[in-house]
Design a protein around this ligand. Structure first.
Ligand code: G4P
Length: 533
């Protein structure tokens, strides 16, 4: 059935209303809490608590998330849409586990901006650093939220230094706290110099009332806390750490906000910044580097695939980021790589395992294409005017393991699962070009292996033994060099599904020596985080 709904709205105007971003943080920094508070401030929930309640229900209905439940983590990503100040906000959740994975990176490929949440007591932690590096490499605009200021923590000036020194991103505080961590009174809004005093509400379940206070009264009422905050902001003025929209959009500086997601302090300022500062959906570059007009016919690319999300459905969902034009459910798109028509009758918005049909979408929106078993990560889909978006970056694997079914009789199930999970991008699968049947799995985070083994057993009935492989470094290579590497001990060449030849080395020193002795060999770094998308 083709829907005849083509509302008379201007695609460009809809794109301008879109804000599509991801929240990135170290686990426990407060991402879930902040998400919940965004919904509260947007009026999408009446009382905070809804996200967790939904999460709870989801765990009950979905058994493939048993692993999530065991580990108390969230592996699947969530696409949450809400409106705020007449803007459509698309929040792409990133998996929130200690082990970052390729999934997180891919979500960033579909985002136009990111919010970095830091716990004021902890500052930048290893995972955050990696994610920030990816944002930097892609010049993604990043807003920073210093969270948990209601609790004792570090001096925020010290954290600014840390951000600049470790990431090379210049923090430009837009708000500055009055009161020390643990005694948080409110913030100075540096744009007008005024004091915004916050008041707590019971359990932070409703928006925190804000009181605008002028400087004289603030000085009289807040005393030392006010004077210290003013001193700090004078220092920030002096060193030029002031909001600069151009360098923010270029991914060089980061507007910073201070708050407490738990008590709702600072949440409104941050959400306003998403609307006022973060970029709208803009023309995306195609594989040839040409910008696809925002009002060109509908086109998008797949950045994430999930299968068997819900036992009641047992299906594949491909998440497509719309890059141009108006999407209407039921329209037939062309699947770029195969040239085949793809029916979008079952387009849905997906939140965890809950889904609603989606009828119309615009640039910046994400749709879940259900029953999309023929689609792969990075595939372009378009209506009428062909385009190919660049591939979604793959990342240099750092961990390797060989995989075999424990029960040789489950060989078929094992291979079916392997192919499926490879397609979903759960792990990279490296095969021996000379026919050794035991594949080597490659990953960026160890969690990817756990998810792989769990799903193979649970969904495909093949219990898998994973044996850590000794490789310490990977390089992209070509046929000539691959031939030469045959003579080298402690190096092996594999082929990935996309045809890339990967040389793996037991020792980084050995690789260094080869690079020094054979400068003409093709041994290129695999990392492609700087991909234009
Ligand atoms: P995550 O998604 O980034 O992993 O973090 P999440 O929001 O789940 O927050 C982790 C813990 O930190 C939660 O406590 C949460 O209540 C707390 N938290 C989040 N923001 C703030 C804040 O601004 N101030 C303070 N003091 N705490 C904050 P929990 O005890 O693990 O869970 P819960 O029992 O409170 O739900």
């Amino acid at each position: 059935m083709s829907l005849a709904v083509t509302p008379d709205v201007d695609v460009s105007a809809e794109a301008v209303r879109r804000r599509t971003f991801a929240i990135i943080s170290h686990p426990d920094a407060g991402k879930t809490t902040l998400t919940e508070k965004f919904l509260l401030y947007a009026g999408a929930v009446v009382e905070a608590g809804a996200v967790k309640a939904r999460g709870g229900r989801r765990r009950v209905t979905s058994d493939w998330m048993a692993l999530e439940q065991q580990r108390g983590i969230s592996i699947t990503s969530t696409v949450l849409q809400f409106t705020y100040r007449d803007h459509v906000v698309n929040l792409l959740d990133t998996p929130g586990h200690r082990d970052f994975s390729e999934d997180t990176y891919r979500v960033l490929a579909a985002a136009d901006a990111a919010i970095m949440v830091l716990d004021v007591a902890k500052g930048i932690e290893p995972q955050t650093l990696k994610l920030f590096e990816v944002c930097r490499a892609r010049s993604l605009p990043v807003l920073t939220f210093l969270n948990k200021y209601d609790r004792p923590g570090r001096d925020p000036l010290e954290l600014l230094d840390q951000i600049e020194a470790q990431i090379g991103l210049r923090p430009t505080p837009v708000t500055w706290p009055v009161g020390i961590p643990g005694d948080f009174r409110g913030v100075i809004d540096r744009r007008d110099g005024g004091f915004v005093r916050y008041h707590r509400t019971a359990r932070g379940a409703t928006a925190a009332p804000e009181e605008g206070v002028d400087a004289d009264r603030a000085a009289a009422e807040e005393g030392d806390a006010w004077h210290q905050a003013r001193e700090a902001t004078a220092l920030l003025d002096e060193v030029g750490a002031t909001l600069d929209v151009a360098s923010f959009l270029a991914g060089e500086s980061s507007p910073l906000f201070v708050g407490s997601a738990l008590t709702n302090f600072g949440v409104r300022h941050l959400l306003d910044a998403v609307v006022d500062l973060a970029p709208p959906a803009a023309p995306r570059l195609d594989a040839q580097g040409r910008a696809r007009r925002i009002d060109a016919p509908c086109a998008g690319f797949v950045f994430k695939i999930q299968a068997n999300m819900d036992p009641a459905h047992r299906d594949h969902v491909a998440f497509m980021r719309v890059c141009s034009g108006r999407f209407t459910r039921g329209m037939t798109l062309v699947h770029g790589p195969s040239g085949r028509p793809f029916s979008t009758k079952y387009a849905a918005s997906v939140f965890g395992s809950e889904r609603d049909t989606i009828d119309v979408a615009y640039p910046g929106d994400v749709i879940g294409l259900v029953n999309a078993s023929g689609l792969q990560i990075g595939d372009t889909l378009y209506a009428t005017e062909p385009v190919t978006f660049p591939p979604v970056a793959t990342f240099a694997p750092e961990l390797f393991a060989s995989a075999r079914p424990r029960d040789a009789g489950r060989h078929k199930q094992f291979h079916r699962g392997l192919t499926q999970l490879e397609r979903e991008g759960v792990v990279q699968v490296l095969r021996d070009p000379d026919g050794d049947p035991i594949p080597v799995l490659a990953a960026v985070g160890a969690m990817q292996f756990e998810v792989f083994a769990h799903r193979l057993a649970d969904e495909f009935g093949a219990v898998t033994d994973l044996t850590p492989a000794p490789y310490k470094a990977a390089r992209r290579t070509d046929r000539d060099t691959a031939e030469r590497l045959r003579q080298v001990r402690a190096a092996r060449v594999f082929v990935r599904a996309d045809g890339t030849l990967l040389a793996l080395f037991d020792s980084p020193y050995q690789l260094q020596r080869l690079e020094r002795d054979h400068p003409d060999w093709c041994l290129e770094p695999v990392l492609s985080a700087g991909d234009p998308r």
